[in-house]
Design a protein around this ligand. Structure first.
Ligand SMILES: [Zn+2]
Ligand SMILES: [Zn+2]
Length: 419
């Protein structure tokens, strides 16, 4: 064992796993593109204040899980624990409010959270997410969820998913709800964890997000917002539900589904996965955040989005889910002349875009054929003095399906015919 190993909670994605990742990422890009989203590549680290203010003080992420450090210039820097804050910052910083609306953006990449290792969670994990700006109506979240469910069920073939939706109200009706909630939580104060007793004053909604067992039990009996929704929030939510029906997206209203972040408004949702993930089975989650852009000094702009954990998604996919890598031509050499010819043919075929493997260890022809077999090469050509002299060779399918005698000069076109 080497004396330096990977840091606890981070993981190498090895070459044999990469095709799964690439295939998943390819499908994300294709579906996001179909719905008019464009990719944005946000930085891995940001000013710590960005996350403190967007995710919010008093959250588990900000209180316990951020990778924050002071850089050599004395600035407080944080490795991004999620993507939305950076996308919102970029939206404002690059004046995207002046672009034709809506602005639809997606991202893929690693996120960083100092999770407790015993939970088996990674400290560097990957998310795919999308954000939409400039759409205030419920058509926006209906389309977003149609896309998310299409991704999960059609592209990735996941079954037994449950889309849970709720509304959190807005500035008009949330204060009444907060008050009702605070009253209820005060009564159950003794059963709350220490963090929640403190959170209770500043943001009682956070308590509903707490993972502590006692807090979860209390949350289950908490009042729900449905009773105090204002007329606009009510009709927004009803219209959203009927648009989901129209799109054929099955869903369940879960009045206890809450995101305890200050800037979330109205629609919130979570996609729960089937068996195999235990209690932590949210595959994707998101919601509307109409106050976030303005809270960061941008022009008031409605927004919404979702994010999905890649590791969690890949864990739900069958082992055979993977992109097919390139088909490889193996150039085997029977003798010295064959080696020279193989190097030259490899050069010209690779220049044409053909994936070529050849022996660089001086191994016997038999060993080369074994190597071609174990790497899963699609075709093989054996080269030697005879092929060098005649200018012809035999192109064979590795599985033995067919063989064809051709001029060396025609190898490229012969392969194109067979691809
Ligand atoms: Zn708690
Ligand atoms: Zn309202």
């Amino acid at each position: 064992v080497a004396d330096i190993t990977a840091v606890k909670g981070v993981k190498d994605i090895l070459p044999e796993e990469v095709p799964r990742w690439e295939e998943a990422e390819r499908r994300f890009r294709a579906v996001f593109g179909n719905y008019g989203y464009r990719e944005i590549r946000i930085p891995t680290f940001e000013d710590t204040q960005l996350f403190r203010r967007s995710i919010g003080e008093e959250t588990d992420i900000v209180e316990k899980e951020m990778y924050t450090f002071t850089d050599k210039g004395g600035s407080s820097i944080t490795l991004r624990p999620e993507g939305t804050a950076s996308v919102v910052r970029a939206f404002i910083e690059h004046s995207m409010a002046h672009l034709p609306q809506p602005v639809k953006l997606f991202y893929l990449g690693p996120m960083f959270r100092h999770e407790r290792p015993q939970k088996g969670r990674l400290r560097q994990f990957h998310q795919a997410g999308a954000e939409v700006f400039g759409l205030a109506g419920p058509e926006a979240e209906a389309e977003l969820l149609e896309m998310v469910m299409q991704l999960l069920t059609r592209e990735f073939g996941l079954q037994d998913l449950s889309l849970q939706v709720n509304t959190l109200g807005d500035d008009a009706c949330r204060p009444a709800y907060r008050q009702a909630l605070t009253g209820y939580l005060e009564i159950h104060r003794h059963g709350l964890c220490e963090n929640c007793r403190r959170r209770l004053e500043r943001n009682p909604l956070r308590v509903l997000d707490c993972k502590a067992e006692g807090c979860r039990a209390i949350a289950r009996g908490a009042p729900v917002i449905g009773g105090v929704l204002c007329g606009e929030c009510r009709s927004h939510f009803d219209r959203f539900l009927s648009l989901l029906d129209e799109a054929g997206v099955p869903h369940q209203v879960n009045p206890h589904l809450v995101r305890g972040l200050d800037y979330y408004t109205r629609t919130t949702f979570e996609v729960l996965g089937g068996s195999g993930l235990g209690a932590q089975n949210a595959v994707a989650a998101g919601g509307r955040y109409d106050n976030l852009v303005a809270a960061f000094g941008g022009p008031p702009t409605p927004g919404l989005g979702f994010a999905l954990g890649m590791e969690r998604l890949l864990a739900l996919l069958p082992p055979e889910f993977a992109g097919t890598g390139p088909r490889v031509l193996y150039l085997a050499a029977a003798d010295g002349e064959g080696r020279l010819l193989a190097r030259s043919l490899a050069r010209s075929q690779r220049a044409r875009g053909v994936a070529v493997a050849l022996d660089l260890l001086g191994r016997s022809l038999k060993a080369q054929m074994r190597a071609a077999d174990s790497m899963g090469a699609a075709w093989v050509v054996v080269l030697g003095a005879q092929e060098a002299a005649s200018g012809r060779c035999v192109l064979k399918e590795m599985t033995g399906g067919w063989r064809e005698e051709i001029a060396l000069a025609d190898l490229g076109t012969a392969l194109e015919r067979r691809m």
